[in-house]
Design a protein around this ligand. Structure first.
Ligand code: UD2
Length: 312
């Protein structure tokens, strides 16, 4: 049995990781400052994990949190393109300073490996699709810049200190427990909850923008593979975590209509600043070096997510 530290444990992805680790019989420690995480996400597992309310900007707290830990799954972040456009300093603090603190703490505690929630936003709006890890990044929003900078810190800590690090570039992860309530929430959480309530969803732009939407179970699996894969295959490296297929917002709206029994139409508003048009991943590196294979496809993920929100 290994001990895992999940940062952002009360978040959508962090709490899903914690739940799967427990299911596999691992020990879980979690930290969260509840900036975006929710206590409800931990209700069913709080008595089974060593949870600490702490901010990743607090170096002492991170040093204590890393003590005796084998693997760190670093999910804590302020994960939003538009929020970072409004507050670049806050984004920089949480998404870069927080990562550096955590890396210092992990290095000093001699953690075996740190796996990081990097972002597909690092690629920016370059026209070539699919995006592969060898492409030169061209981030647009402050959020994307911060996620890329943290990725580079991960690589730097491997090169300079030998701390094994793996960065997973998540492509629009969605699924149960994604917070739908903030203006900065992921589009699927918003659309599904709005349409289930009979409210008109808002599409920013013409709805022709596309994403490689990736169901949560695939991201969880990728994290666990990133912990167990051989050092020479993964340490100091970056991997796309996605499905290799993209869907437009207009297509999603149509798919969601029968699933949510919503018969209305969407509202179209101006495109969002900092947005990119199309996103699609080449997942061959993750397949080869991590042994990753998407477990749940987009349609199945969408059905499971709608079912979850309907029952929530
Ligand atoms: C970016 C990253 C993603 C993750 C995420 C964290 C890309 C391609 N993806 O997601 O990997 O790091 O940031 O937040 O950079 N939209 C609407 N109506 C709404 C809400 C959103 O039309 O009510 C649009 C939005 O303008 C965008 C698309 O939906 O074109 C997806 O937006 P999002 O906020 O769900 O995710 P995105 O792509 O910024």
């Amino acid at each position: 049995m290994a001990r895992y530290l999940v940062t952002g444990a009360a978040g959508f992805i962090g709490s899903s990781l914690a739940r799967e680790l427990l299911r596999r019989g691992e020990q879980v420690r979690g930290v969260d400052n509840f900036a975006t995480g929710k206590r409800e996400n931990l209700t069913d597992i709080l008595d089974k994990i060593d949870f600490r309310e702490a901010d990743i900007l607090d170096l002492d707290a991170m040093q204590q949190a890393c003590s005796g830990v084998h693997y760190v799954l670093h999910q804590a972040a302020i994960p939003s393109v538009p929020k970072s456009v409004l507050d670049p300093i806050g984004s920089n603090r949480a998404n870069i300073d927080g990562t550096v603190n955590l890396l210092v703490a992990a290095r000093d505690a001699k953690v075996r490996r740190v796996v990081y929630a990097a972002s597909s936003s690092a690629y920016g709006d370059t026209p070539t699709l699919p995006k592969h890890e060898g492409m030169t990044p061209d981030p647009i929003s402050p959020y994307a810049v911060a996620k890329l900078a943290s990725e580079r810190y991960m690589i730097s800590f491997y090169r300079c200190y030998g701390l094994e690090t793996v960065s997973l570039r998540y492509f629009n992860i969605f699924g149960p427990r994604q917070d739908p309530s903030s203006p900065y929430s992921g589009v699927l959480a918003k659309f599904i909850t709005q349409m289930l309530r009979g409210q008109r969803p808002t599409i920013f732009g013409d709805g022709g923008q596309s994403r490689d939407f990736t169901y949560i179970d695939n991201a969880v699996e990728a994290n666990l593979l990133a912990c167990s894969a051989p050092t020479q295959q993964v340490a100091g490296k970056v991997f796309n975590v996605a499905t290799g297929r993209r869907v437009t917002l207009n297509e999603i709206f149509k798919l969601l209509q029968p699933l949510t029994s919503y018969s209305g139409s969407p509202v179209y508003e101006a495109e969002r600043s900092g947005d990119i048009k199309h996103s699609l991943a080449d997942i061959s590196s993750a397949e080869k070096d991590l042994g990753y294979k998407p477990q749940v496809n987009f349609e199945e993920g969408l059905r499971r997510t709608v079912d979850w929100y309907r029952g929530a």
